[in-house]
Design a protein around this ligand. Sequence first.
Ligand code: FES
Length: 376
Amino acid sequence: MALAGYVTAGNQVLREAKNPEYTRSVLKDSNLTDTALAEIGRIARIGWSIHLALVLLPFAARSVRNWHYHRRRPPMLVHPNGRTVAVHPGATVLETLRENGIPHASVCGGRARCTTCRILVTNGLDRIPVASGLEAKALARIGATPGMRLACQIRPTSDISVMPLLAADANAADGTVRGGLKGSERLITVVFVDMRGSTTLGEAKLPYDVLFILNQFFHEMTKALVATNGHYSQFTGDGLMALYGLNAADPAIGAADAVRGAREMLTRLDQLNHQLREDLPEPLRIGIGIHHSTAIVGAMGPPRSQILTAIGDTVNTCARLESLTKEYDGLVIISRPAAEAAGLNLTGHELHQAPVKGRNELVQFYVLKTLTDLPI
Ligand code: FES
């Protein structure tokens, strides 16, 4: 409003100034002498000089700081593209990469929200503070594996080597992919869950009702996974595959979590059956297979829809164990290695064995028929 008033007054003066008489009278009334004019000019020049100096000062200060910093040998950042660049004081890895024209994904602009700037710190991890606050929450959300950090949040004060985990043109959807490590062979626990009799359900109910029931079922199974540190890996129509021990310091913890997960799923299924008793032709039933062994784990799939999953003999064996639950009429079939890793005391349970396609040795397993057979 003040500026508008200023402009209006200026326009009015310009209009009036077209009249020479007006200009003469204003100059006369102002008592503007040559000395006063010279003084006004001097003050204006001083004002402009100060203004210019203040504008240039930050640029000059930055140059001085950089010069000083370079004299003291700044921390260096090594990028897998072969370049090694200096990290300015207080700069994040993301800012350093941008300053040096190295493309790097950052959908949220550096606010620790999108996780698209995720990197693997391959050297110097022990010399940066551990993740906290927003960064820790974002990393937990994507199930980050050891060494993963957000480039927009870490400010190196010593040499560091990093490896981007997503493409520079990654989008927000890519940021939802969990983990992000390239495939690595790891000792993990795989769990297969399959709903029994889903065909009967499809025949007895309308498609909309089947979808509703299945979505309720997956909702409960996913909650069981979250509560027991499991990672939902794949959806298989009327079942799912989950991975345990991805972030555990000891793979045995993953096996114990998987057993807790199976118990949690069965408990939640009982509750769901009770809630839907009016809608279900018969109670929902599931079979669960658990196996513990090495598998190749990593983000796999098409570039825009990768999932953190596992492949290999361990997965096939686990799927086989799950399918055996029908044959043995068991709730859970757990392989001997998984039971041993989880520390289950299965004294009194018969040790069975069965062939697995593509495998020379038979797989040994225990059949658990009731919830009380799951002692954890
Ligand atoms: S840029 Fe989005 S989390 Fe780092």
